[in-house]
Write a protein that binds this ligand. Structure first.
Ligand SMILES: Nc1nc2c(ncn2[C@@H]2O[C@H](COP(=O)(O)OP(=O)(O)OP(=O)(O)O)[C@@H](O)[C@H]2O)c(=O)[nH]1
Ligand SMILES: [Mg+2]
Length: 198
């Protein structure tokens, strides 16, 4: 559940970038960091192996403007995608308010995408997270020669019809569209129960 600090007039959201190894989760975070005004962001903390694979998580705080007078502060996390870090991924998912699934568009990574998506659903269930609709699908690496057609990726990975974006994270295509979409959805979760109670 998003943390609302009424005294400080701040909404705090935890957004997690999930997906298989090498799909481009850290690349999304790096692009966001690079293109955000330094006054609106903290350091991008990366905990990596020697070969730049995420070991534990990447983390970055951002301030993304205001909604009804409340400052929206977003805490971006990426999980380590390598299969043997399942326990870490689950830990990072704790109290997430929104999720971006970063799929790798390359044909040879389809099995890895499907497996990772299954793991995401399992982690959400085990934490009993109520994310409502706060999921976004990103089809990354659209620039690769063996990228599957979007329709094929959609059929295999997005039966629920989450908002989806094609991306080339290394050059920033689709990165901010994805971030904006998941932020909006996470904030909407916050407003939804109140609207019902009014
Ligand atoms: N061609 C291409 N390469 C990309 C794209 N996005 C990321 N990469 C490259 O793919 C590799 C892996 O990217 P990362 O962002 O580190 O992947 P990750 O999902 O964080 O991987 P883990 O931390 O192991 O889970 C790097 O060499 C990136 O530069 C893309 O859109 N196109
Ligand atoms: Mg990474």
């Amino acid at each position: 559940m998003p943390f609302v600090n009424y005294a400080a007039k701040e909404i705090n959201l935890k957004l997690v970038y999930y997906g298989p190894g090498l799909s481009g989760k850290t690349e999304n975070a790096k692009w966001i960091h690079r293109k955000t005004d330094p006054e609106r962001r903290g350091a991008l903390l990366q905990l990596t192996t020697d070969s730049e694979r995420t070991l534990f998580f990447d983390f970055m705080p951002l301030t993304l403007g205001t909604i009804r007078g409340f400052r929206v502060r977003v805490h971006v996390y990426t999980v380590p995608g390598q299969i043997y870090y399942a326990a870490t991924r689950k830990l990072v998912m704790r109290s997430a308010d929104g999720v971006v699934f970063v799929a790798d568009s390359q044909e040879q990574r389809m099995d890895a995408n499907v497996e990772s998506l299954d793991n995401l659903h399992r982690d959400v269930a085990e934490h009993r997270l109520d994310l409502g609709d706060a999921y976004v699908m990103q089809y990354n690496k659209r620039d690769t020669p063996d990228a599957l057609p979007l329709a094929e990726l959609r059929a295999a990975l997005n039966p629920a019809g989450w908002p989806e974006f094609a991306a080339v994270a290394v050059r920033g295509d689709g990165v901010f569209d994805t971030l904006r979409a998941v932020t909006r959805l996470a904030v909407a979760q916050l407003q939804a129960p109140r609207a019902a109670g009014q």
